[in-house]
Design a protein around this ligand. Structure first.
Ligand code: SF4
Ligand code: SF4
Length: 312
């Protein structure tokens, strides 16, 4: 249950970044099959974003499902009131809904950043009054971001990077993140984890990684990117404490995901600025990635003017 909103969600949230052009680049029809499979298996919680460009996949996958049967979370990097209003309207239209359950400020790293996006937050507060959204949240990769959200009563939901290694937390340790999230819970906020497998680094330990998060009192739900029916079936089985069938394991396979920068890079440096994990540097002829730091969020790909970054 999300605070006093009356919204209840499945413990497993279907993350849809992986479906869109920043990652697997599936067609809406391909992505819709994964969405529909998770819905049929009892998932009712879907996470998307303006920048993921996965609204078509989600809309198609949930076609014919009454809007009160699923909980949709979306987000936008908008800073101003008007840009956020446009982002919410785009989401409503793109998903064919009359309301969005949770709308986030996409990536809040600090109190200063939250202040700089006060216009966008004011818009979400107004949208909530108008019942165009039901809850307000923000995503963050930092402990400082969680603390900033804790201090602002308007936030119902906190969406932090969280996994058993602390991978992707930019400004502190896993212990510090858990301490900040303990405070989020104390203040009645709903917390769901992003990057539960560290952007793929923990894929070989999926069962242990998910169990770790499910047992954390600070974590109410877990968003996992799932691009096909096999990944959905595997994760649903894990969340239902069922053994994963051998054929499902075989279909999922041991996919080693990574980020690639193609040679057509023009060395503009925009991706290096965008990466808050410090995983990108400018090499002699193109941007270079340190895969040990990369959490495969795909945000660098979103700003590349040459479209030469791809998570594969
Ligand atoms: S290199 Fe790109 S995909 Fe990897 S963490 Fe940085 S922004 Fe995200
Ligand atoms: S944003 Fe694209 S073109 Fe610019 S440096 Fe990065 S990879 Fe190269």
């Amino acid at each position: 249950m999300i605070g006093t909103t009356g919204i209840t969600v499945s413990e497993l949230c279907h993350g849809t970044l992986i479906l869109g052009p920043l990652q697997a680049n599936l067609t809406p029809e391909q992505g819709a099959r994964a969405i529909r499979r998770s819905f049929d298996l009892g998932v009712n919680f879907y996470d998307t974003a303006q920048g993921y460009r996965s609204y078509p996949h989600l809309a198609l996958g949930l076609k014919g499902v009454p809007e009160n049967r699923v909980v949709i979370a979306s987000k936008s990097h908008a800073a101003s009131y008007d840009d956020m209003k446009a982002a919410v309207e785009e989401c409503l239209k793109g998903l064919g809904r009359t309301y969005i359950d949770i709308f986030h400020l996409h990536l809040i790293p600090s109190t200063d950043s939250l202040r700089a996006r006060q216009g966008a937050l004011d818009c979400l507060i107004e949208m909530k009054k108008q019942r165009k959204i039901r809850a307000i949240g923000a995503s963050t990769h930092t402990v400082a971001g969680v603390r900033a959200l804790n201090a602002e009563p308007a936030f119902d939901v906190v969406f932090p990077v969280l996994n058993m290694r602390g991978s992707g937390i930019i400004d502190g340790s896993l212990e510090q993140m858990l301490e900040a999230l303990q405070e989020s819970k104390h203040r009645g906020k709903f917390v769901y984890a992003m990057k539960p497998l560290g952007g793929g680094h923990l894929a070989a330990e999926a069962e242990r990684s998910f169990r770790y998060l499910r047992e954390l009192p600070q974590c109410d739900a877990v968003a996992a990117g799932m691009k096909d029916e096999a990944e959905v079936e595997m994760n649903v089985a894990i969340f239902e404490d069922q053994p994963v069938a051998d054929d499902v394991k075989r279909r999922v396979g041991a996919v080693d995901r990574k980020l690639i920068v193609y040679d057509r890079c023009v060395s503009c440096g925009l991706c290096v600025e965008e990466c808050d994990q410090g995983a990108l540097t400018m090499g002699k002829t193109k941007a270079e990635v340190d895969l040990s730091k990369c959490i495969l969020c795909g945000y660098c790909a979103a700003v590349c003017p040459e479209y030469v970054i791809r998570v594969v």
